[in-house]
Design a binder for this molecule. Structure first.
Ligand code: ZN
Length: 303
């Protein structure tokens, strides 16, 4: 039987993949359209993106299901396609690995709203949406579940619980931190800091503590976050920063940190205690290939 992702990550650092959303846009997805439906409508395009990540050296692929919960799919009138969209995504990622093999991580993003009393969604609706998605991902054979781009412990807790109840073999909680206005520190939009997040995840039965996306979270800030996680937990740590800050160029959002710029921080991240490294918004197969080179050199030097 294949090792659990969190056990494998303890033995040696693993390389995850880069962005999906910005790659879908590059492949022709229009702003505001549903990228997750491409798992059914254009599986070949999703497969091509993930194959490029595998060719670049990714050992973990996140399924194209960030917005594939019932609440998110309903916005595109696809609420009834939750099971099919999530199952197709796991199949595509598995196919992208081919004979090489690797870890298929079922991706659960935020439900995209606020819960009562701040917003319109009841806790029950959100719990049910995550439960349904986690079950679909695990039933389709995902090796792990990541509950990502999270900003509140309430929502994170519902996601982690759903993953646990679905029987996921490995569970990752991933927070999106923003650097504060004065630049002195970072926390999530809802005020959660890394120490609190890691403690909460441990209590909730997560196996891997992570961070992704966020505002102002450069590779150096990500390293700070790894340091802070490492001080409070022994869990493996996963890091997926954006390729720099989004900039608006000719009405298009661009991320301009180059593969070389980002890859320069791979070894410092490993030295700080990161176990799985990948990229979020704006990162590409070229970034992952540069990460692969840096990681391989580091591993060879260590031997
Ligand atoms: Zn992102």
């Amino acid at each position: 039987m294949k090792k659990h992702l969190h056990d494998a990550a303890r033995e040696r650092p693993l390389l995850a993949d880069g962005a999906m959303g910005t790659q879908l846009m590059a492949a022709g997805l229009e702003q505001g359209n549903c990228g997750e439906m491409w798992n059914i409508e254009h599986p070949d395009r999703v497969l091509a993106i993930q194959r490029r990540y595998v060719e670049a050296g990714s050992e973990c692929l996140l399924t194209n299901t960030f917005g594939a919960s019932r609440i998110m799919l309903r916005r595109h009138a696809h609420a009834d396609d939750v099971a099919a969209v999530n199952a197709a995504a796991v199949r595509i990622a598995r196919e992208a690995f081919g004979a090489v093999g690797g870890y298929v991580i079922g991706d659960i993003g935020p439900f995209g709203g606020l819960m009562e009393p701040y917003g319109d969604f009841s806790e029950e609706q959100v719990r049910e949406a995550f439960r349904e998605q986690a079950q679909a991902l695990v039933a389709a054979g995902a090796d792990a579940i990541i509950v990502e781009t999270q900003t509140s412990l309430e929502e994170l807790g519902l996601g982690l619980r759903a993953a646990r109840d679905a029987g996921a073999a490995s569970i990752i909680g991933s927070m999106a931190y923003d650097v504060t206005l004065d630049g002195s520190t970072f926390r999530t939009m809802m005020g959660v800091d890394p120490e609190k997040a890691a403690e909460f995840m441990e209590e909730q039965g997560a196996h891997i503590v992570a961070l992704n996306c966020g505002t102002g979270m450069t590779m150096e800030r990500a390293r700070d976050a790894v340091d802070r996680y490492r001080k409070v937990t022994k869990m493996p740590i996963m890091v997926q920063p954006n390729a720099g800050q989004p900039k608006l160029v000719a009405m298009k959002v661009v991320y301009d940190e180059t593969p070389e710029q980002m890859a320069a921080s791979v070894v410092p991240l490993l030295e700080a205690g990161a176990n799985i490294i990948g990229g979020c918004c704006g990162s590409t197969p070229a970034h992952i290939r540069a990460f692969r080179r840096a990681m391989d050199m580091h591993l060879a030097a260590r031997r």
